[in-house]
Each structure stands twice: as C-alpha cells, then as structure tokens.
Design a protein around this ligand. Structure first.
Ligand SMILES: [Zn+2]
Length: 445
C-alpha cells in the first residue's frame, strides 16, 4: 500500500492504525508515537491502513471531515480546490493547511451533524487505506494541499455551526442614522431582513457575509461574528479599526479612534454631532483673561477639516470646509458658527472671531494650482468613481475636490429615454460613440 504523492510530505506526521479498525494502535500518538513519511513507508509494507496527524505537528494541517452533501458543496464552491479523499463511509476529507487555526471545529447545528474540522490532537484515516467495511479511501481530487486562512474557513462553514449570540458594540447617546452610512456602501442588496452583501472592509468569498438591519440600527459580519451600531460602521467602512477587533467597549479603550470616527461621521455621513463646550478652555492666563486662541484652533481643527486656498487672482484666501465628501467654500461661515457656539455663555466680542479666524487662515494653506485631484477620479454623491479600476471608492478628504456631482453612481442603472432618443435619431454605429462623448464630459482634465 502506498501513500499518494500529494499526501507525502516531510512536514506531515503519520500514525499507525489498528488494522481493521479506525483508531490508532499506539498510545501517545498525538505527541510522540507519530512518524515521518520514511518511517511509515516501512510500516505500510505490511499494513493496509494508516492515519494522518492533523494540527501543528503536521504544519497546521486541517482536514474537513464532511458527512453531508450540503457541506461538501459549500466547500467546493467557497474554498480553493485541494487534495480530496472519498472516505470508506462515502463522506469526504478535504485537506487544507491553515496556519492561523487554533482548534478543532465541530460542524453541527441544533438539528443536524455535518462533520468536523479535524485539527490539533486529531487524526484521519489516510488515502488508499482500507475502511473496516472493506471500502478504500479514494483520492477524488488529486490536487496539492491548498493553504487557506481560518477566516476563509469559518465563513464557508458558518451555516453548519451553532449560531452564537452576538454582542453588538454600541454607543450611548449618539443617534447617527445607520441608513446614512449604509447608503455609501456599494453593492448591498435590500432583502426582507435588511441590507445584505460583502463586508465593505475585507470583502467576502461568497459575496454575502455582511448585513445591516435598518430597523435596529445594527450591522453584522458573519466571518468575524462582530457587529455594532452606526458609529462602529463608520469605523469599519473607513478602515479605522479591523473588523475582527470591533468588540463591545472598543471605542472606550481607543479614544483616539473614537474621535477620528466622530470627525469622519460628521464630514462624510451628515452626522450633526453637538459641540462639547467643556472640553476646550476659552481663556487662559493667571486671571483667565487671555483668549486661548491656539487651544480653540486646535480643537476646531481636530473636529473639522479645513483648507485655505490661495490663488493669484484674488488677494484674499478662502477657507473651504470638508463636508459630505467635498470641500465647500462656506468655510468662513461655518467656522464663525462654531466659534459663536463655543462662546455662547460668554459676552460676545467680535475680537474673538477675528483672532481665531486669522489664526486658522494661517493653517493648512495651499495654492490653487497645487490641489488638482487626479483626473481619473470623479467625485459623485455616493463616493469617488475611479476610471482606472472602474470601482467606487469612499470619499476621502485627501483629494481636494471642490465639487461633487449630486448623483449616485449606480452600476446597474439604465437610461431608456436617452437610448430611445439616440436610436431614433442616430445611425446605429453612432449610438455607442454618442454615449462615450457624454461620458467624456465627466472627465476632468
Ligand atoms: Zn468581518
């Protein structure tokens, strides 16, 4: 009896099996009584069954021991092809190296058992061995053993496991509407259970590992079994925190990320967060008689993004504020509003405004010539359309867009009336060209 080529490896350990049974013939097979390929080859001269050790000792080999068709087809569709064996009892063994798996997984729901993912301290009967019922463990896919990650695995086997109770990560006292955030995530489909699609941060192998419940104001990732409210969704979409790390209390222990998230929520997702007056000192000095210009400006810049644009034609620089995905010219007015709100308990002097405005105008000054956004990017209502990748990307304040086309990019949109007009007016060969001409009008160069 021979071990198939694809299962021969210096990195894999093999086990002696009680002949005519499925269990190891020696104690301590998990630790010491396991063998290299050379050693087991000798043994197999006089035996027709051997085991393959899973887990760390075999280079993190995991074998999905699959008893049911539904599970087998989910693996075939969702994971890369790999070395696959039909077992003596007509199930399947799918072999994978998974470096970041930590333990065996039982694939079982309340109703049904589907199999196991064998890992540390487990073994499976090897290919070409004989089952106690006389059947041979046959190689059905003679591929080399594929390497996958544990999250790829857990996403695919998710429907075959007991559902854990999710602890949603939420924030008290913030009422950002999750629909405002979700509408900027491309490719989500409306279903009866809410919006569904691929996780906006790490994608999905089956295209469906992420959902948003608009009624409850929560979202959920099946791959990482994490979920949260609208503010955590902003942090997820904006890549401020890894999906797997979004656990209850994350913002509390990471106040910097929390601040960044609030700022972006305000700038891009239309969230009107009230200003916290107690966190900035308006006056300093021994007798609290000096206006704390620097402190106030720092506070404003921490919470809002501005740019001061200078150009040759006008002597006066203009302040632009970043809101809803682009820089708006009314920066001066916005700042005045913010300043007045900060001072609403203090008798007002226009001197305060002038001092602060002058200071802000010296921060982040750019020349108009230096701020052209790349010409392959088009700023639209729900993101930035990239003409090189043909993808919609999130709005980003690093590009100095001074405009936004107030229309959503919708890949599946059609234009029946325009097509009707083209087709009734133009010769057929000019229809495509005419569409392209209009398309080029969006091209900013
Ligand atoms: Zn995730």
């Amino acid at each position: 009896m021979k071990i198939p080529e694809k299962l021969k490896s210096e990195k894999i350990r093999y086990i002696k099996i009680l002949q005519g049974k499925k269990r190891p013939s020696e104690n301590n097979w998990q630790t010491t009584q396991n063998y290299s390929y050379k050693e087991i080859k000798e043994y197999l001269k006089n035996a027709d069954t051997y085991g393959v050790l899973c887990g760390e000792k075999s280079n993190n080999l995991a074998v999905i021991d699959c008893d049911k068709k539904e599970l087998a087809s989910a693996i075939l569709m969702g994971l890369p092809s790999t070395f696959t064996v039909q077992t003596g009892s007509q199930g399947f063994h799918f072999y994978y190296f998974i470096q970041d798996l930590d333990k065996k997984i039982v694939l079982q729901t309340d109703k049904e058992h589907f199999g196991e993912v064998q890992f540390t301290k487990a073994q499976v009967i090897g290919a070409n061995s004989k089952h106690p019922n006389g059947n041979i463990y046959k190689v059905v896919h003679d591929n080399k053993i594929a390497t996958i990650t544990s999250s790829e695995l857990t996403e695919v086997v998710k429907p075959f496991r007991k559902i854990k109770k999710v602890k949603y990560s939420t924030n008290k006292g913030f009422d950002l509407d999750i629909a405002e955030v979700a509408k900027l995530i491309p490719g989500l489909d409306a279903t009866t259970e809410g919006l569904q699609g691929a996780n906006p941060q790490h994608g999905s192998s089956n295209g469906n590992n992420f959902c948003v419940n608009l009624e409850k104001g929560t979202w959920y990732c099946h791959r990482h079994q994490t979920g949260g409210d609208a503010l955590y969704l902003v942090a997820l979409v904006e890549n401020l925190v890894k999906c797997k790390d979004i656990l209850p209390g994350y913002f509390k222990s990471n106040p910097k990320v929390f601040k960044q998230t609030l700022k972006i929520a305000r700038e891009k997702y239309g969230y009107d967060i009230p200003i916290k007056k107690d966190i900035v000192e308006l006056f300093t000095g021994e007798k609290s008689n000096k206006l704390n210009v620097q402190g106030i400006v720092e506070y404003i810049l921490e919470n809002y993004t501005f740019v001061t644009i200078r150009d040759e034609t006008s002597k006066k620089p203009h302040i632009y504020i970043y809101r809803d995905g682009y820089y708006r010219l009314n920066g001066d007015m916005e700042i005045e509003k913010i300043i007045k709100e900060l001072f609403d308990n203090v008798p007002w002097k226009s001197f305060y405004r002038n001092e602060i405005m002058e200071y802000i105008k010296t921060e982040n000054i750019v020349d108009r010539d230096a701020i052209h956004p790349p010409s392959h990017l088009i700023n639209v209502n729900n993101g930035i359309y990239n003409l090189k990748t043909y993808n919609l990307e999130p709005h980003n304040s690093k590009y100095y867009f001074l405009y936004k086309i107030p229309i959503d990019y919708t890949p599946q949109a059609t234009m029946p009336r325009i097509m009707q007009y083209f087709e009734s007016t133009l010769r057929p060969e000019y229809v495509d060209l005419s569409q392209e001409v209009f398309g080029y009008c969006l091209y900013f160069s």
